[in-house]
Structures are given as C-alpha cells and as structure tokens.
Write a protein that binds this ligand. Structure first.
Ligand SMILES: [Zn+2]
Length: 389
C-alpha cells in the first residue's frame, strides 16, 4: 500500500512538471497530446481498463425483451387503478417500441453497441443455476461465478466466498479502485465488507468517507436524507438516494471497477405495483445513462470503459405469481444480461443459445483483462462475447 501511495505521488509530481513544461512549449505539447490520443485509441480498440456493473433487482426478462404486459396493468393483477397514464407511458404497437419506452438507454445504446443475452423469444435461454431463485443466492452466483447451496437465505451471514470484486481489488493496478454501492442492506454481507474492505454503501447506512477524501457537501446532504426519509422498506433505501450517492462516489473517487445494486424494481413487484415496477425500471435506465454519459466525459473513462447490466433472478410469469420468485414459482430462474464496451462487437440481441448467471463474474474480470476462472476453479466461464473484428 505504501509503495502504491509513493508511486502515485511521484506520478502526480511528474504530471505537474510535464504540465509546466508543455505550457511553455506548445508545439511539443500538441505532438505529445496527439501521441497520447493514439495510445488511448489503441486501448479503446482493444480492451477496457474500467468496468461498471449495474443490477436491477428482480427485473423480469419478459419486460426487458417484450415490454409492457397488458395482463398486469389491472388493479387485480398489478395494483393499477388507472391504467391510462401507464399505457400512455409504456404501451406501444410492438414489443420493440414498448421495451424501448421502458428502457430507452438499454435499447437505443447498449443493445445497439453491445450484446444482449437471455431473450427467450429468440431461444436465448438465460437462467440462474442456484436452486433458490432469490436475491442473496443470486448475487453470490453472479459475483462469485458459481452457486453455493449453503447460501439458502437472504439472512445468510457474511459471504464465505470471495467475490470477483474482492479478488480484483487485490490485483495489481486495482488496489483501492473497486467499490460497491447498493440500495439493499445485504450488500455488505454479499461482498463480505469485513474481509474485502471495499468502499461501500449498503442500504440505509450513512455514506462514509473513504480514500482519504472527506465527505462532500452533496454526500452530507444525502446522509441527511437517508436519516430523515420514511422507510418504505426497512432493509432497502430508495434508488434515487443510492443513485446520487453512487454518482458522487464515481466522479470523486474514479473507481476502475464500480458495482451499483439497484433495488426498487423488486420491491414494487413484490408489492404488486406493476406501474411503479415499470417506473422504477425506467428510472434505473435513466440513471445508467447518466452514469455512462458522465463517464464518457471523463478522460479516465472515455472510450476505455465497459458496462454490464443484469439481474439477480427472474419472477413468476402470470398475473397471479409475477410478484413472486422462489424455488416453487416457475419462471424464477429466468435471467438476462447486457454488455457493451471497447473491443466488443455490436451484435445486439444474441440468438439461440444458453447462458447462466454465474458467467457474470468471469465476464467482469475478463472485460478488464483479468482471468477469474484461473483464480477460482468453480467459476463459470465468461459470457460468449464476440470481439469486434
Ligand atoms: Zn432480488
């Protein structure tokens, strides 16, 4: 750790010296910048140096690929008293238009520039392989690369398994550059905060200063909101607050690996509110766009960052059981994922095949040039991403 700090200080000093020198010699400065841009382009054509992972808890593949389901837009099935505004917002003539109304960034950008898995409509079957089909077992499978039958409850204690996030945080160049922000308070157990020591926000806990930076004014305000907001869910903070906290962490600390766990889609589905479930999905998509566009405006990220969007489990398929997900509810294993980034071909929706949730961990590592399968023999191999050319 000490060596790293010294190295960074030295690097900072060199940059300062270089800045002074280049200011005095504009021609050389221009040449240097041009050379640097070429270097950056080479990086972007090959592989990402950063990866952002965002999960939408319990977001069904049915809406991701098929859009609005009119069967669920009633009071009895979806708790929708007046379906007029909901239909105006999300019902369209085709599934393609409707899904893009719910997840505009996902469909207009991610699917066009990247690859999307789990569309059962085209026989790409995505599934979770843990037998429980609820959250903690799903996040373990996703972040470790394999299901663990011991993790059979959302109240399971701290994860005995090492997640790919914890592992990456120990890799050269990633030390202190991995963080996880989650609306659900189980995040701290899932990534084993005590052991992994990742900078983290988990549920209703206040944001803590990290990396030697004091809290910003914005973070202090968010902590006030966390303390004063009525708790609709005892174990889950509103996505809006978590999203702002995540944006603040991202722009101030510039992590190379950043995981954001959103939660409201699952909460509103359990609460049988199809309208609010879809609204949460659209707001999640809006947040991902903002995070992505912010990143593209930062030199540390522009053109050298990959994005993974996925979920922890499926849900039931019908008007009665779409709110539930567990071992007894058919459809709960349904799973999907989307990936885009430098070096990944723009293939859109991937056709016939099979993918599993455990493939996420190796995918995340692989996107930034690390081999998780080599380190963890139980991990599934990464998603079958086609490289660009
Ligand atoms: Zn869940």
């Amino acid at each position: 750790m000490k060596t790293t700090a010294v190295t960074w200080r030295l690097a900072g000093l060199m940059i300062l010296v270089l800045m002074g020198w280049t200011a005095a010699t504009p021609n050389i400065a221009t040449k240097l910048l041009a050379a640097d841009a070429q270097g950056a382009n080479r990086t972007s054509a090959g592989r990402a140096t950063n990866v952002i992972v965002v999960t939408l808890d319990g977001m069904r593949w049915q809406e991701v690929f098929g859009g609005f389901d009119p069967m669920l837009a009633t009071e009895a099935s979806g708790g929708v008293r007046d379906s007029t505004p909901l239909r105006a917002a999300f019902a369209r003539d085709s599934a393609e238009e409707s899904r893009a109304a719910i997840l505009p960034f996902f469909w207009d950008v991610v699917a066009k520039k990247g690859q999307v898995f789990g569309d059962r409509g085209v026989k790409n079957v995505g599934r979770v392989t843990n037998p429980y089909k609820f959250s903690y077992p799903g996040y373990n499978e996703m972040l470790c690369g394999y299901p663990d039958p011991r993790i059979n409850s959302n109240d399971y204690p701290a994860n005995p398994n090492v997640t790919v996030l914890e592992w990456l945080n120990g890799r050269p160049g990633f030390e202190g550059r991995v963080a996880a922000y989650g609306a659900w308070n189980r995040l701290s157990r899932i990534v084993n905060r005590e052991r992994s020591r990742l900078p983290m926000l988990s549920g209703w806990e206040p944001i803590e200063s990290s990396g030697g930076l004091p809290l910003s004014e914005r973070e202090k305000l968010l902590n006030d909101l966390l303390a004063r907001t009525t708790r609709m869910w005892a174990d889950e903070a509103p996505d809006s607050i978590l999203q702002e906290a995540a944006m603040e962490y991202f722009t101030r600390h510039k992590p190379r690996v950043f995981y954001v766990m959103l939660g409201e889609t699952d909460e509103w589905a359990h609460g049988r509110r199809y309208d609010l479930y879809l609204e949460s999905a659209r707001r999640s998509d809006e947040f991902i766009r903002r995070l992505w566009e912010t990143a593209q405006g930062m030199p540390e990220y522009a053109g050298k960052t990959a994005l993974v969007i996925t979920t922890d489990h499926g849900r039931g398929a019908g008007p009665g059981d779409w709110i539930s997900h567990n071992a007894r509810t058919p459809g709960s294993e349904g799973w999907w994922a989307a990936v885009m980034g430098p070096g990944i071909e723009a293939k859109g929706v991937i056709g016939e095949g099979e993918v599993t949730q455990g493939q996420v961990a190796a995918t995340v590592a692989g996107l930034v040039g690390e081999d998780w399968c080599k380190a963890e023999g139980r991990a599934a191999r990464g998603l079958p991403l086609t490289p660009s050319r």
